[in-house]
Design a protein around this ligand. Structure first.
Ligand code: KPL
Length: 363
């Protein structure tokens, strides 16, 4: 089995991880980028078959520099296009079409709602010997993927979840700007043990994790069984900043400026706090309304100039990830019998914005 890493989903985070891993290619097999659309082949060619990253995270007067990384493998997954266009890859020696070879390590960085559909064509290439790292906003995707594609726990790949706080945005299909440093935390999904001593020594158990930690730009922080805390923390942050910036059409730093937004912030926080405390009762203190509230405000300040991913989606007329953010909190609130009406209200507003923006293609 090829021991290299495949990356599915080439949005901001997918490109960033692929770039960071490939920068250290002297030590690893090449990273494989998985294209789900034939049109990406033209973009790839225009980008000289490389990913460019401008690093703007330096403090002080250091000039920002662009680094170009090449040597990737590419797979085209678009079956229909591949069937009729075998010659597509002929002029592009790094491109494989319709591969059937097993995948050992897969990083999934697609939009949450597109995950199951994106994994379907490669499902048979994944086995219980595979590692799948989900690097996405929100929660609930792994259950959905298991139900749809891997119902049998005996043959299911090992799932990992990653929570990334780095600030990255795209300037073209294969160019990114690394705008803010932040850790990447990775842990096994379904393992709720949180004792630090439970974390295996770096790289001793899993080559995927070892490679991520060696790609030093990621500042990887392996937490083994303790991923649920960062996941839920990020979920609370996203469930407040993302919909409010989309509803009030503002940058992250302006999100709590109006009285109305401030009120909503407190109500959303109260509901989300109670739900995450019920999900991880041992974290009562870390998940107090006070701690979570200061964190949300800190992140809004730290990312003041950002347009949140949800506002970007709304502005582009795309579907948002609300189902996996506030939608996840609502479903947990229902299951646990806890209040969730404010999250349901902002959920409704975002769904309305999605519809309005889709009906109005010229903006
Ligand atoms: O993760 C984010 C997002 O936009 O999805 C935040 C933290 C809000 C930063 O923009």
């Amino acid at each position: 089995m090829d021991k290299g890493i495949h990356v599915l989903g080439l949005g901001n985070l997918g490109k960033y991880v692929a770039y960071a891993l490939m920068r250290r290619r002297a030590h690893f097999p090449p990273v494989t980028l998985m294209f789900h659309r034939t049109s990406l082949l033209a973009d790839w060619k225009n980008a000289d078959r490389s990913i460019r990253c401008t690093d703007k995270t330096h403090q002080g007067n250091l000039a920002t520099e662009e680094t170009r990384v090449e040597g990737f493998r590419v797979e085209l997954l678009d079956d229909a296009a591949a069937a009729g266009n075998k010659e597509l890859g002929a002029h592009q020696p790094d491109v494989t079409i319709g591969s059937k070879s097993p995948i050992k390590h897969l990083i999934v960085a697609t939009k949450t709602y597109a995950t199951t559909a994106a994994l379907t064509p490669i499902k048979d290439r994944l086995s219980k010997d595979s590692n799948v790292l989900f690097l996405q906003n929100g929660m609930g995707v792994t259950d959905e993927v298991s139900d749809a594609l891997f119902p049998d726990p005996e043959t299911r790949p090992t799932y990992w979840a990653g929570v990334c706080h780095a600030g990255v945005y795209s300037t073209s299909p294969f160019s990114i700007v690394h705008a803010g440093r932040g850790p990447l935390m990775v842990g096994a999904v379904g393992n709720r043990s949180r004792k630090p001593q439970d974390a295996p020594p770096l790289g001793s158990t899993n080559a995927l994790l070892a490679q991520l930690s060696m790609a030093e730009m990621l500042e990887t922080n392996i937490l083994s069984g303790a991923i649920m805390q960062p996941q839920l923390t990020k979920l609370v942050i996203n469930s407040i900043i993302n919909p409010l910036t989309a509803i009030f059409n503002c940058k992250n730093g302006q999100v709590f400026e109006s009285r109305e937004a401030k009120d909503l912030f407190h109500h959303l926080l109260e509901e989300a706090g109670a739900i995450v405390r019920a999900l991880l009762p041992e974290l009562e203190e870390a998940f107090s309304d006070e701690s979570l509230g200061s964190l949300v405000q800190h992140v809004a300040k730290q990312t003041a100039k950002n347009t949140s991913s949800m506002l970007q989606d709304v502005q582009a007329g795309r579907r948002t990830e609300i189902d996996y953010i506030n939608g996840y909190l609502i479903s947990q609130g229902k299951r646990l019998g806890l209040p969730h009406k404010r999250h349901a209200a902002v959920y409704g507003m975002i769904k309305q914005l999605e519809v309005e923006n889709r009906e109005c293609p010229i903006r």
